[in-house]
Design a protein around this ligand. Structure first.
Ligand code: SF4
Ligand code: SF4
Length: 164
């Protein structure tokens, strides 16, 4: 394996930090300005040493080698690369100090995947439609506290696909 690993949107709002604990070079980061980027972690592709330890450690199956990222999540490759382009905005999270949410069930993992695959399809369809007539409305950015103390980004989707 000789390509960096990528954290996809399947991590969003899960962010339990299991990957951070196993990474030998501390190249998994969180963004320091909450709300500007989605609520997930990111791998710096220039620091990743392709060891693959994080992939099986992720309970949400959110991590892929760059060449194997599912098509629905291809945009996340570029999103992870922001860590290399703007390194001063990122830090290694101290998630290990937080309470760890319960390990998801197989059905929860599958449902999370369905949700984000559907969201990606809607966003692509809206982008195609907007080439002629805008069919989507940007969602208002914002954050909300959750019961487990993690800040959730409510601006994950770029469009509200109203014409489904
Ligand atoms: S282990 Fe998976 S879900 Fe947890 S923070 Fe890392 S990438 Fe996100
Ligand atoms: S593949 Fe290895 S070096 Fe790269 S992010 Fe995962 S644990 Fe860290």
């Amino acid at each position: 394996m000789s390509e960096p690993f990528v954290i996809t949107r399947l991590c969003r709002d899960c962010v339990d930090g299991a990957c951070v604990e196993v990474c030998p070079v501390d190249c998994i980061y969180e963004h320091s300005r909450g709300g500007e980027l989605p609520n997930q972690l990111f791998i710096n592709p220039e620091e990743c040493v392709y060891c693959g330890a994080c992939e099986p450690a992720c309970p949400w199956e959110a991590i892929y080698a760059a060449d194997h990222v599912p098509e629905a999540f291809h945009d996340d490759v570029e999103l992870n690369a922001v860590t290399a382009a703007r390194p001063t905005e990122f830090s290694v999270p101290v998630l290990r100090l937080r309470a760890r949410p319960a390990h998801p069930t197989a059905e929860q993992v599958a449902e999370n995947r369905r949700k984000w695959e559907s969201s990606s399809r809607d966003a692509r369809a809206a982008a195609v439609g907007s080439a002629e007539t805008p069919k989507c409305t940007p969602l208002v950015s914002g954050t909300a506290n959750t019961s487990n103390g993690i800040i959730h980004d409510t601006a994950v989707q770029s469009c509200d696909a109203r014409e489904q």
